[in-house]
Design a protein around this ligand. Structure first.
Ligand code: 3ON
Ligand code: FE
Length: 490
């Protein structure tokens, strides 16, 4: 299985492409055990559960999904208590997962190009969608929820990870409504008496796109809901909030549904990036009757935002931008991705002048990076520290192998790298109890150890990443490359 390298590649890579690809093997098993193989020590002050979501299956009975984003959601829970740790994982028992496991074959087309066997005729006009609940997992208003942006969440038992069922959030969502995988928690919501509040959105794209914004209290009550229609098709995966605004980046894409309808490709593959068109930035006031403001700038494609905040008449937004949206070409296998041909995700800061209508941008980090996270109390507020998954080499686009800390005030960096054999996932920042400094706590990340084909949970000291891991918890098996998760303090 030789993977071709570009002919003019002279620099040695920080990884082996074959090692990287193994992280996309399915993990069909469900485990439940105390982690015993530990290097270093788990801090006794670290109490709570790290929940992770991501595709656990990349195939059904040997029939591969065309893209990892089409893989069935699998939740991992790593519980830390008194210096020990317990691991448990379970698939989200979605209707589609259960049906496909029973049938032993792919029964649904995936958004990112997975097709049923039998060619285009077998897929022609089949628009049934499989809710794969694979993108994130949050705990809110007493419920653990597995999220996927095109459908309603799945409710899971927070202790056992058993699936309870698809959930409409006590009637907040109507049948057919979606709920994005990127809710933001406003730590101190003015309209909610200073209590935290979960803000999330859903996208219904057509010739114009409906954006719905939900604000939900810690008790699960709907505090506010707004529905807006914005011109044009939109693919919006994430957003940012401040105390007074929700900010959306409408990427310059065009949607041609014909190949999808004909059964030739997935809906996501019919999204074409428009190189010459600007990104529209949509700013929606969180108060009821505010006026939407639009900004425009050519900037590429954005999946994830780090954070946003207000300062006088300006909103600052920090986001990961790609020069373009890369698609897997027909006949290409995602496990053979040549990273050197792809644009890196880079961290930019945008400033939106609310009175001037002007938008400006500044490159903060050119190293390939993704999955930005921060201290939860600073969401929507001026903040200093950002943690990202990043490439090992600053100049080379490559898989994520390192955790990068950026001090946005001093522009200093700290890096912890798992290269050449390790591949990291989203970092999660956990503040120490009663900490004062914004960066006092730990950064947790799941690392795929390709040498041993298993994963490890790595605990870093967030004040000093470069001193090395405080603890490495070796699992007995691997977790396929994941997407998002959250830490819950119980
Ligand atoms: O936009 C329309 C509406 C909509 C909600 C059309 C549509 C069909 C594309 C759609 C559905 C979108 C879905 C289901 C998106 C799912 C996204 C997903 C599962 C993951 C996205 C991950 C993004 C990133 C940047 C991941 C990076 C990962 C790495 C760098 C390495 O593991
Ligand atoms: Fe995401």
């Amino acid at each position: 299985n030789i993977i071709s390298q570009p002919e003019n590649s002279t620099k040695t890579l920080s990884y082996s492409p074959q090692d990287w690809a193994k992280g996309y093997l399915s993990q069909p098993n469900e485990y439940d055990y105390w982690i015993e193989d530990i290097e270093g020590e788990i801090p006794t002050e670290l109490e709570g559960t790290l929940y992770r979501n991501g595709p656990g299956l990349l195939d059904v009975n040997g029939q591969s999904f065309r893209h990892p984003f089409d893989g069935d959601g699998m939740i991992s829970a790593i519980r830390f208590t008194k210096g020990t740790a317990h691991y448990c994982n379970k698939f989200v028992k979605t209707q589609g997962y259960l049906e496909e496991q029973k049938a032993g074959k792919i029964l649904y087309r995936g958004v990112f190009g997975t097709q049923k066997a039998g060619g285009w005729l077998a897929n022609f006009m089949d628009l049934k969608i499989k809710n794969i609940a694979n993108t994130s997992v949050i705990y809110w208003a007493g419920k653990l929820l597995a999220l996927w942006e095109a459908a309603q969440p799945y409710h899971l038992d927070a202790n056992t990870l058993e699936t309870i069922g698809i959930d409409n959030l006590e009637g907040i969502l109507e049948p057919g409504d979606a709920f994005s995988a990127h809710p933001r928690i406003d730590p101190n919501c003015e309209w909610n008496g200073g209590e935290p509040c979960l803000v999330n959105f859903s996208i219904k794209p057509m010739l114009s796109t409906t954006i719905t914004i939900y604000e939900i209290s810690t008790q699960g009550k709907l505090l506010r809901k707004q529905v807006h229609s914005v011109p044009g098709f939109a693919f919006i995966h994430d957003f940012a909030i401040t105390p007074n605004y929700c900010i959306f980046f409408q990427n310059p894409v065009q949607f041609n549904p014909i190949p999808y309808l004909l059964g030739l490709s997935g809906a996501g593959e019919c999204i074409n990036f428009q190189t010459k068109k600007p990104t529209k930035i949509i700013v929606i006031p969180r108060g009821k009757n505010g006026k939407i403001q639009y900004f425009e700038m050519p900037l590429g494609f954005v999946f994830h935002h780090a954070n946003a905040y207000e300062q006088d008449d300006t909103i600052f937004v920090d986001s990961i931008c790609y020069k373009s949206l890369s698609q897997i070409s027909p006949n290409q296998d995602y496990r053979e991705t040549d990273f050197s041909l792809l644009d890196p995700g880079q961290l930019w800061r945008f400033s939106l002048g609310l009175t001037t209508g002007k938008v400006e941008r500044q490159l903060i980090e050119s190293r390939c990076c993704e999955f930005p996270t921060l201290h939860p109390n600073y969401v929507g507020r001026p903040y200093r520290y950002l943690y990202l998954a990043a490439a090992h080499d600053a100049e080379v686009n490559a898989p994520l192998q390192a955790i990068l800390k950026v001090d946005l005030n001093t522009n200093q960096r700290q890096l912890w790298s798992a290269a050449p054999e390790g591949f990291v996932s989203e970092p999660i920042f956990v503040p120490r109890k009663n900490a004062i400094a914004e960066d006092d706590g730990w950064v947790l990340t799941v690392v795929y150890d390709s040498q041993n084909h298993r994963s490890e949970i790595v605990i870093l000291d967030s004040r000093d990443l470069s001193k090395g891991a405080i603890a490495r918890l070796h699992l007995k098996h691997h977790i396929p490359y994941g997407l998002h998760g959250n830490f819950v303090s119980f």
